[in-house]
Design a protein around this ligand. Structure first.
Ligand code: ATP
Length: 302
């Protein structure tokens, strides 16, 4: 994934979660900006209020600054309506994570433009832009702190009631209350070790608390046990219902729920449609779906 590519990538991954945290986030933003030469404009165009969560890629071509001769996205165009759920699938290296990196403006496009609620990303204030997005990464970061702090990380000034409401909506409160010290339990390094599903639900609670209109979800490939899986799915469905969602999808349940599936290959959108029509088409999606059912990541459909 794009997030694994070097130190800058590692910083990008945590950025979403740090976005609202005071000093640390500012320093991180500066660091990211300096490295990728991304700057907030001097006279930004204010993003429309209230946020709608509409996205558009218009003829976007992109090569990473480190390898300018290798175009990884080729004249990509698509729009996402407010509230829509788009599943992105495609083989490794297709450019799925790159879409997410560009949406958060970790890099600027080489050609074309990306719009958030009609505003070119390059014209928006960087912090305001990123505050409109919440990221749930594949590998959730748990900080060495209390459960409460881990949830509130996206919004340090959240009230106790808001934190608890987020945990409940994320199907996390039940396990939290079973921990020895509940919300005060220390987790992460030298604290209680949480299971994969518990970590994911904490990340979902964090995201709910941030309440951004656009959700970028990099679905975990590692399988959870069936019970955890259902809890995570329920938590995510609730979150996705009220937000524009782009999800790099690895699970059948996700592609079935999506309003639209974009199939990417070698930096292009090669197919688009719903699960049924794409399977019927017998192209790349059908092939990928077949492979993934076999691998047990997606369950077989009848
Ligand atoms: P995966 O499913 O394996 O995560 P992906 O579809 O998300 O793949 P990307 O991570 O977007 O694909 O990668 C698209 C292309 O860009 C790949 O060829 C990759 O090697 C390249 N790439 C990704 N990150 C960087 C980077 N930081 N610098 C240079 N090239 C990169």
């Amino acid at each position: 994934s794009v997030f694994a590519a070097g130190a800058l990538g590692a910083l990008s991954e945590v950025w979403g979660e740090l976005a609202q945290a005071a000093g640390a986030a500012e320093r991180l933003t500066e660091l990211l900006a300096a490295e990728a030469e991304i700057r907030s404009p001097a006279n930004p165009t204010p993003l429309p209020v209230p946020a709608r969560g509409a996205l558009a890629f218009e003829n976007v071509s992109f090569a990473y600054p480190a390898s300018p001769d290798r175009t990884v996205l080729h004249e990509l165009s698509f729009t996402v309506q407010p509230g829509e759920t788009i599943a992105i699938v495609g083989p490794s290296g297709a450019g799925k994570s790159t879409l997410f990196a560009l949406l958060q403006r970790f890099y600027d496009v080489n050609h074309g433009a990306i719009f958030m609620d009609g505003t070119d990303l390059r014209e928006a204030d960087l912090q305001a832009l990123r505050a409109r997005m919440s990221i749930v990464p594949q590998d959730v970061t748990i900080f060495a702190s209390s459960v409460r702090d881990n949830i509130a990380f996206g919004r340090p000034r959240a009230s106790e009631a808001e934190i608890r409401a987020a945990a409940q909506a994320a199907q996390a409160e039940e396990f939290i209350l079973k921990l020895e010290r509940g919300y005060d339990t220390q987790v992460g390094e030298r604290g209680v070790t949480l299971s994969g599903g518990q970590r994911q639900r904490l990340a979902i609670a964090r995201t709910i608390l941030r309440n951004a209109p656009v959700l970028l979800l990099d679905e975990a490939t590692s399988a959870l046990d069936a019970a955890s899986e259902m809890l995570v799915q329920d938590a995510l469905s609730g979150l996705m219902q009220t937000r524009t969602t782009l999800v790099i999808a690895h699970r059948l349940a996700t592609v079935l729920q999506a309003d639209r599936i974009l199939v990417m290959d070698e930096g292009r959108i090669v197919e688009e449609g719903d699960h049924r029509s794409l399977v019927a088409k017998g192209g790349l999606y059908a092939e990928l779906a077949h492979l993934q059912f076999k691998a047990g990541i997606l369950e077989p459909v009848s």
